[in-house]
Design a binder for this molecule. Structure first.
Ligand code: BGC
Length: 243
């Protein structure tokens, strides 16, 4: 509480330095560093010229910690429980649609995340160190839905910040999302990192969200929104298809 009062009372330009409530998860500091997906504890050891943000030049506080371009006073400092990298953490997503036909509505491929949120999401995941973004997107699509679209044409629909629940003042998610429009409907099968994978009718975002929620209620589950900003990714894809 003292800390909240302290932050509220100080000049906005001093906030980043006096912000004391910090956290970086043990998994990040141990397994993450060993496996190479997490940075060292000191952000000054990171070469941010090799880690550009889609959001423009990165700002830093006096301790050399990168500052989330969409930070709020309520965000934790440091990297939080699960993000390994200081600054932008890169993901790659695939928004896979089928073409509507005379008898069938357009569909979109969603997976149910196995990260505890159990939310529906477009297939995607973190870009591994040294991996190309398009390769990461194809790998995740294979791993989560057992669908291989590596030879198919796709269109870029979004590059930028994602309002992800793991974001902190010093670490945040950015994604590159590509869209596919298929004239066939491959059978998805949930693989690693997903507990379900299926097509949902998707003439517009509202009816898609309703369809996922009705499906979950039919299974006795709590209705939820799509994961993070994924409704926006689907919406952008639909807009581009309509243009
Ligand atoms: C997910 C991506 C998502 C990103 C940002 C990753 O963990 O797998 O689908 O876009 O986080 O929220």
């Amino acid at each position: 509480m003292r800390q909240t009062a302290e932050i509220r009372g100080c000049r906005p330009e001093d906030r980043d330095e006096i912000y004391t409530y910090r956290l970086t998860g043990q998994v990040v500091l141990t397994v993450g560093v060993e496996e190479g997906w997490a940075d060292p504890t000191d952000p000054r050891k990171v070469d941010f010229r090799k880690r550009p943000s889609f959001m423009g030049p990165i700002e830093f506080d006096n301790a050399g910690k990168p500052l989330n371009p969409h930070r709020t006073d309520y965000m934790l400092g440091d990297r939080g429980a699960l993000l390994g990298k200081w600054g932008p953490n890169n993901a790659a997503d695939s928004v896979v649609f089928t073409k509507p036909t005379a008898i069938a509505e357009r569909k979109v491929l969603l997976i149910r995340r196995s990260d505890g949120s159990h939310q529906w999401a477009v297939p995607g995941g973190m870009v591994n160190p040294g991996e190309q973004v398009s390769a990461a997107a194809s790998r995740e699509l294979r791993e989560e839905a057992n669908i291989d679209l590596s030879k198919m044409e796709s269109k870029l629909i979004y590059e930028g910040y994602v309002d992800d629940p793991r974001n902190t003042r010093n670490s945040w998610m950015e994604t590159t999302a590509r869209m596919f429009e298929l004239d066939y409907t491959p059978q998805p099968r949930a693989g690693t990192d997903a507990i379900d994978a299926r097509w949902f009718d998707c003439s517009d975002v509202e009816s898609l969200i309703r369809a996922t929620q009705e499906y979950d209620v039919s299974l006795g589950l709590e209705p939820q929104p799509l994961y993070a900003d994924h409704h926006l990714l689907v919406g952008r894809g639909l807009l581009m298809l309509a243009a």
